[in-house]
Design a protein around this ligand. Structure first.
Ligand code: ACK
Length: 745
């Protein structure tokens, strides 16, 4: 037998006689007359006559040009599966899984087709339902990573798309016989809408009228504005000075007259545009030198005499300029210092500024700009979970085409709403849609084209923080509580960086998910600017959550990020006391009065001193002295990294206690007045009779209580003993403080 020495072939029929050149029978072939023998037709192929040199492919099967005759005939692949899209501003990531059938080949690749489409039937204003979308190829401006064609991986990133635009992407599975198949090819497609994005950089800057001290600059709109350009920012500095010392000018037009420049000095200019999505990148540097004469030498205002004088003057002065270059460099130290103090403004590149939807002439425009319209058919409402200001709040599921199904919360606008109610309701979505932070509730989109009007947000399994804490009283470690506080502070830092003032920060407006991640929510209070150009804020119906609000916001409606910091201090207290009501059952008027007189909430039971100190810092009367949210985040991070700093609690503190209630003061009598009232305020009134029977009838009598005393009068629960003891010690320290104040030092 020689079979083992022959080249390996598909299904060689070794029983066929091999002596002499015999023609192959039907179903067999011999590619070359020099081949050793006949071979059986490979799968999906056949030969219909004797002596075939190749086998033809069955119907629907093909052979690529480079396929050997011994290879089975194959088919194009079926469509890729499970295409999922992920939109990030003007980029889209696509992922899919391999087709069910590769067609019997191993050279499977994928091609991406990108089409830019008009508005869809469900979201297009004025487009009849069922009307076809008009689509066109995306063109060369779009980029694909790793590539658009012949992709081996099952994912691709597509960047440089236009903002707020519908795109349809098709993923085609392709193999070596795809081009031969006459039938319809299989692809999978997904349609997405890109989000807002900052404008692309300004590119063409020109200097028009240059004089000794001024220049007129003009530029073109960025190639991709990605929205309405609200303003341009021009940054400029002397070239021989450090870039850190620069000046800024803002303008709404595409030109700027820059004044106050030094003669014969080279300046560097950068321009960037801002839309509702924030600032784009700065342009590349644009340099020019100021003139030596007062009249312009370039542009419309130039005349020939002045031009000649200018040029000569410029040459002479340029020589002088070079000669004194070294000296001027030395002097520039002074001028830099001056600039640092007088003019320098530090930019925060890339920081987005929140846009108040009420500044839009048509608030619906803000909704269109910041919130994605969702087709109602994508939403399944499952159950009512609460009642919001405008209607029911439900939980349910959202399944967008090409996306995984997710749990959502659905806020509905109840029937019979007025125009104003609709506007106010949707303003929350226009606000929320501008934020993108792990500690801010995420907006999925809105339903405005049919009723009920809905706002769809991510679902937070554990609901509001205040109720969640009350339900889980005492169940968390201090580190877990600090983690909660850190998340809220981080969300608030993001909001304050965006110049957004919340004005209603409270534990009831924080939502908690199943991982204990807290997210700031409730952006519903209408932020109506008063007509006063000083821009003091007012609240809807003048309602202010007194217990959570800073004094200056209550008295003269000065709502700022610093007043949000005050509210944050109250949230800290709510968290550390597991959802206790701030200032218990005191009336709003008493709270305002007590705060005005310098009293502050005492540390909750078991609250680390460092955290109560941070609360007190947040409650500084002078708002400038309160910490910024960035400092609060840093501080909490430090405490988390160093848990021993959280060990010391109120009981051991010798820090002056500025706690709210002062037992010997008239306020104390007015608010608590008796041991019974005090016990009620700390939720321990069940022991009123125990105290009375044992003769503890005045605050002075209880402040020296010990654990043994409590056991003796029948308070056996260790947790209750702790609570009463901590509160009694708080009272004692207030009394001592009052005595200290009365004793002249
Ligand atoms: O305390 P809760 O369970 O949490 O009751 C209120 C109710 O709806 C009315 O506001 C709950 N709620 C609001 N938004 C969400 C959300 N995104 N996820 C889960 N529950 C929510 C809130």
């Amino acid at each position: 037998m020689r079979a083992h020495a022959m080249p390996q072939r598909w299904n060689r029929d070794t029983s066929w006689p091999r002596t002499g050149p015999v023609s192959c029978k039907i179903g067999y072939y011999r590619a070359l007359s020099t081949d050793d023998g006949c071979s059986k037709c490979p799968p999906h192929s056949y030969s219909v006559s004797e002596g075939s040199t190749s086998c033809a492919c069955d119907k629907g099967f093909f052979r690529a040009e480079t396929d050997p005759a011994s290879m089975p005939c194959t088919q194009p692949p079926s469509a890729p599966q499970n295409l999922i899209s992920n939109v990030n501003e003007t980029s889209v990531n696509l992922e899919w899984t391999a087709p069910v059938s590769s067609g019997g080949r191993s050279d499977l690749t994928y091609n991406v087709v990108c089409k830019r489409c008009g508005p869809g039937p469900s979201s297009a204003a004025g487009l009849a339902p069922g009307a076809p979308r008009t689509c066109q190829p995306c063109g060369n401006a779009v980029h694909y990573s790793p590539q658009q064609l012949s992709l081996r991986s099952t994912r691709v990133s597509i960047t440089d798309l236009q903002a707020h635009t519908n795109y349809t992407f098709e993923i085609w599975a392709v193999n070596g016989v795809s081009t031969q198949s006459p039938g319809p090819q299989q692809a999978v497609s997904v349609t997405v809408t890109t989000n807002q994005a900052a404008p692309s950089p300004v590119t063409s800057i020109q200097a028009k009228d240059i004089t000794r001290h001024a220049v007129s600059l003009a530029w073109q709109q960025p190639e991709r504005p990605n929205g309405v350009i609200l303003e341009y920012e021009v940054k400029y500095y002397e070239k021989d000075q450090n870039e850190r010392s620069y000046r800024i000018m803002k303008t709404a037009s595409r030109s700027a007259d820059i004044k106050g420049l030094n003669p014969l000095t080279i300046y560097v200019f950068h321009v960037r545009a801002r839309t509702a999505a924030g600032y784009g990148d700065f342009s590349a540097p644009f340099e020019f030198m100021t003139n030596s004469v007062p009249s312009p030498i370039i542009g419309d205002g130039a005349n020939s005499t002045v031009l000649l004088v200018s040029v000569i003057g410029s040459v002479i002065l340029l020589l002088i300029f070079i000669a004194v270059f070294v000296i001027s460099r030395r002097r520039s130290k002074y001028s830099k210092a001056k600039q640092d103090s007088d003019e320098e403004k530090h930019l925060h590149p890339g920081v987005r500024i929140y846009v108040d939807p009420f500044t839009y002439e048509d608030p619906n425009q803000a909704v269109r700009e910041f919130a994605k319209e969702i087709d109602a058919s994508c939403i399944k409402i499952e159950k009512v979970i609460g009642i919001g200001e405008f209607g029911e709040v439900c939980s349910g599921r959202l399944k967008m085409p090409g996306k995984r199904e997710i749990c959502v919360a659905i806020k509905t606008l109840k029937a019979g709403y007025t125009d104003k109610q609709r506007r106010d309701f949707l303003s929350e979505a226009s606000i929320m849609g501008q934020f993108d932070h792990p500690n801010i509730i995420r907006l999925e989109g809105v339903v405005t084209k049919c009723k009920p009007v809905m706002i769809i947000t991510e679902y937070m399994e554990n609901g509001s923080l205040d109720a969640f804490l009350r339900k889980n009283d005492g169940r968390f470690t201090v580190i877990q509580l600090v983690g909660i506080l850190r998340g809220i502070a981080s969300g608030m830092k993001y909001l304050s960086d965006m110049s957004y003032v919340h004005r209603d920060l409270a534990a009831r407006n924080i939502l908690v998910n199943s991982n204990l991640v807290c997210k700031v929510s409730d952006f519903g209070m209408s932020r109506v600017l008063e007509e006063d150009p000083e821009a003091a804020y007012t609240t809807r119906g003048g309602k202010i959550p007194i217990r959570w609000t800073a004094p200056e916001a209550i008295t003269y409606r000065k709502f700022t990020s610093a007043s949000d910091v005050w509210s944050y201090g109250i949230v800290m207290w709510e968290v550390m006391s597991y959802g206790e009501r701030p200032y218990w059952d005191m009336s709003n008027q008493d709270v305002i009065k007590a705060i005005e007189e310098g009293y502050r909430l005492p540390p909750p039971m078991d609250c680390p001193v460092s955290l109560h100190q941070l609360m007190l810092d947040c409650w500084q009367k002078e708002r400038a002295e309160r910490p910024k949210f960035s400092q609060i985040v840093n501080m909490l991070d430090k405490l988390i990294r160093n848990p021993s700093s959280l060990k010391r609690t109120g009981g051991e503190t010798n820090r002056p206690n500025t706690a709210l209630l002062e037992p010997s003061s008239p306020e104390f009598s007015a608010t608590l007045g008796s041991v019974a009232d005090w016990l009620a305020a700390i939720n321990m009134e069940r022991y009123r009779d125990n105290f009375t029977a044992a003769g503890y009838t005045t605050p002075e009598a209880v402040v020296h209580l010990t654990q043994e005393d409590m056991a003796r009068i029948g308070i056996s629960s260790a947790a209750h003993q702790d609570k009463i003891l901590t509160s009694a010690q708080g009272m004692l320290s207030q009394m001592q403080q009052i005595q200290d104040r009365m004793v002249p030092v």
